[in-house]
Every structure is written in C-alpha cells, then in structure tokens.
Design a protein around this ligand. Structure first.
Ligand SMILES: Cc1ncc(COP(=O)(O)O)c(C=O)c1O
Length: 413
C-alpha cells in the first residue's frame, strides 16, 4: 500500500513536469568553471549556474587550510556543540562572522537552511504572541521555520513596503512582531528595499530578520552583504538578525546568524535545530574561516564578478536573450516561460554546446515563468561569456523560444 501511495505521488509530480532529475557533474579542482559530465566525457562542460559565486571552493588558501585542519584534528567533529563538538576553530569562525556583520555575536549551523529553520522556530516559540510577517518570496527554509510554529503569520507582497506597513499597523505597538525578508532574491536577482523595510518595521516596534544568503562575500566593501553595500550603517543596528550561508560565495558549507549577544545566546540555548545536531567538521570550519577572512580583505573576486556580470548582461542583450528586467545583481534570470521547452533547451545546451544550465521550474518559480538562472563568476573568461550568449541564441532560435524584443515591451535592463 505504502509503495503504491508514494508511486502515485511521484507519477503526479512527473505528469506536472515538476519531477527533478539530477545532472551528474564532477567539477575539476583548479579549473573552475569546468566540470566533467557523468565523470566520463573527455570534454568538460562549462557550469553557468553554480552558487559557488566567487569560485572560493577551489581557492588555494581555502584548500590548504582545510588540508591542515584535516591532518591536525581528523575528519569529524565528534558531537554536537554541547557534547564535545565546540573546538577552537568554531570560536574563531563565529568571532570572524560577528566582526564581518558588525554584530556582538554569531552562531554557526551545519547549513543555511538549518540556520533559518532553527532560528525562526526558536524565536517564534520563545517570544510569546509574536506575529511573524514574511515576504511572499522568502526561501523555503524561512517558510519551513515559520510554519513549524503555531504563531500567527502574515505574508506581505514581495518587496511591498506599503503592504508591510498596512499589516503591521493592525497590531498593538506593544505586541511582539518579527519581519523576515531577504536582501537578494535568488530566482529574480532583485534587491529588497532594505532601508524602507527596516524603517517601517522599527516604526511599528518589530524585530527584523534579514537573509543575506545570496549577497555575503559579494557586496559591500568587505563583502559583508547588501546591507553593508548600501551603507546602512545606522540601519545595520536596526537589522536585528542577519542570516547567511557559507555554501555559496564562501564556497564551503554551513549557515549562521549574527545578532546581539542575547539573541544569539537564546538561539544557542533553545533552538532544537541547533542543539540536537552534530557540529561541522574541523576541516569545513577551517575552510569557511579562511574564505571569510580572505574575502574581508580581498576585493579582487568582487571586482571580477562585477566586470564579468556586466559583460554577460551586455552580450545577452546584444543577442536578444530575455534577461528578466527585475534583475539588479549577479543573478541573471533568462525567461523561457514553459517547463517542457526549458527542459529540452537545457539538454541541447548541455549536449550540443557543452553549457550547463539547470532549468528552474515550479514550485521554485511560478508556472509560465520557467527560466534559466545564469550567473558569471570571476573565473569565467571573456571567450566563455561570448560563447554562452551565442549558444543561448542558437538554442532559443532552435526551439522558437521568444526573444527579449518579443517578450518585454520595455527595454531589457
Ligand atoms: C535565500 C536562501 N536562504 C537560505 C538558503 C539555504 O542555504 P544553504 O544552501 O546553505 O542550506 C538558500 C539556499 O539556496 C537560499 O536561497
């Protein structure tokens, strides 16, 4: 019975074009963004949709520090933070993250997903009667954390500050409220009006929680994210909790929050998703620390990312590729608008052109807005960028996918 129930669910998923298949790609150390398809094909493919946004997963210093920690401490951490899993490197990493975000303290989790899920659950359970108000496009990890609690929840329209203010105004000023949003939304590449959201939240006496997962490492003078980039120094104080990941631009794995000592201590003390899990291995912690420290002082990767992103944007525009105008960042969403065509176009790009782009379908994006999520990194060459634009155009023409001039009435950004 159980097998057939689950098989039915899988069939349903397949018939709606939402069934996910994995592409087996083995990245080649030292040759980023090249990867071997299925580990066997002689010619590597070029990866264009990795969250290793700055290529830090292959950075020599990061690898060196990981090797060193592995040989010094061994493979695993041996326990949860409370039972033997808190080693010196952890303290240094948390101090480094707190300093990065100009906060009193930071707390590291095994994943970014876990840090959102555990922290939001914890705050909502520990603050009596706290209403949570969440942006409509917040990530699944945020939604998961919120839904796991019985607290009253409200959703404000994406980046709509007026709507947020309307919702907040319905509650007494003394009632606890938590406003949760992201700085960069990874499917559209747009940026939240952080200053306005924080201003409204504070006017109504709400706590603010900002997910900077797709920004840390890449924006701001020391790479501390969009809030830092926008020079919201006086506002950063008012962003009560900053959440980030070390799995994307940092190039390793692990999530974290940075906040006041009291908030971090409360999450450390009450969040079940933090307490009852094994801490990160020493080599991973060492890699994260090396990467964060490097990105605090080196602007090189950020500058190259900006240059390559601008070039890619320009070349895609030249070839009439429909980059969605909402994009303001390194994430360039290329609209296909149909799940089936997105799938066949991805296969052609991969097998004919040696280009890896993963189709992005519902539920990650609304039906009818299926897309490729393209991002250049500092490691992509100019020739690779030129070639991508040509290959995309050939593929769009081959499947008669509408080009930018047909898709958007106003000019593509
Ligand atoms: C906005 C956002 N928050 C959190 C996460 C989870 O981070 P991690 O991949 O480190 O678990 C993601 C992952 O893609 C994300 O996009």
């Amino acid at each position: 019975m159980y097998q057939s129930l689950l098989r039915q669910q899988l069939e349903l998923l397949k018939s709606s074009n939402q069934y996910r298949t994995f592409t087996t790609l083995s990245r080649i150390c030292g040759q980023y963004p090249f990867a071997k398809l299925n580990g066997e094909q002689p010619d590597p493919v070029v990866v264009w949709c990795s969250n290793d946004y700055l290529g830090m997963s292959q950075h020599p210093t990061v690898r060196e520090q990981m090797h060193l920690a592995l040989e010094t401490y061994g493979a695993g951490s041996g326990g949860s933070r409370n039972i033997g899993g808190s080693y010196e490197l952890y303290e240094r990493l948390e101090a480094s993250l707190a300093d990065w975000h100009d906060k009193e303290a930071a707390l590291v989790f095994p994943t970014g997903f876990g840090s959102n899920d555990a922290t939001l659950q914890c705050l909502l359970r520990q603050i009596p009667d706290c209403v949570v108000i969440s942006d409509a496009l917040n990530h699944a990890s945020i939604v998961n954390g919120i839904r796991a609690t019985p607290n009253e929840r409200q959703v404000f329209r994406h980046n709509d500050v007026e709507h947020l203010a309307q919702i907040l105004s319905r509650y007494p000023i003394g009632q606890p409220k938590l406003v949760v949003f992201e700085s960069i939304y990874s499917m559209d590449g747009d940026i939240a009006p952080i200053a306005d959201i924080v201003e409204v939240a504070k006017r109504f006496n709400a706590l603010t929680y900002l997910d900077e997962v797709h920004a840390v490492g890449m924006y701001g003078a020391r790479g501390a994210g969009i809030a830092a980039e926008l020079d919201l120094v006086d506002k950063i104080d008012k962003i009560d909790i900053i959440q980030g990941t070390m799995a994307k631009a940092i190039g390793v794995i692990g999530g974290y929050i940075a906040s006041t000592r009291v908030i971090v201590d409360a999450v450390r003390s009450f969040a079940t998703g933090f307490i009852f899990t094994t801490s990160l291995p020493p080599a991973v912690t060492a890699g994260c620390l090396a990467s964060v420290e490097h990105l605090k002082s080196s602007d090189d990767e950020r500058q190259k990312l900006q240059i390559n992103t601008a070039l890619l944007r320009e070349r895609l525009k030249q070839h009439d590729i429909p980059v969605m105008p909402c994009s303001q960042t390194h994430v360039l969403p290329v609209l296909v608008g149909d799940a089936e065509r997105c799938k066949v176009a991805a296969l052609r790009l991969l097998h004919t052109h040696g280009v890896y782009l993963q189709p992005i379908n519902y539920p990650s994006v609304p039906v009818g807005t299926e897309r490729f999520r393209v991002n250049a990194t500092p490691n992509h060459s100019q020739a690779q960028i030129e070639n991508l634009a040509v290959c995309l155009r050939e593929t769009f023409d081959h499947f008669a996918i509408p080009l930018a001039s047909k898709t958007f009435t106003s000019e593509v950004a």
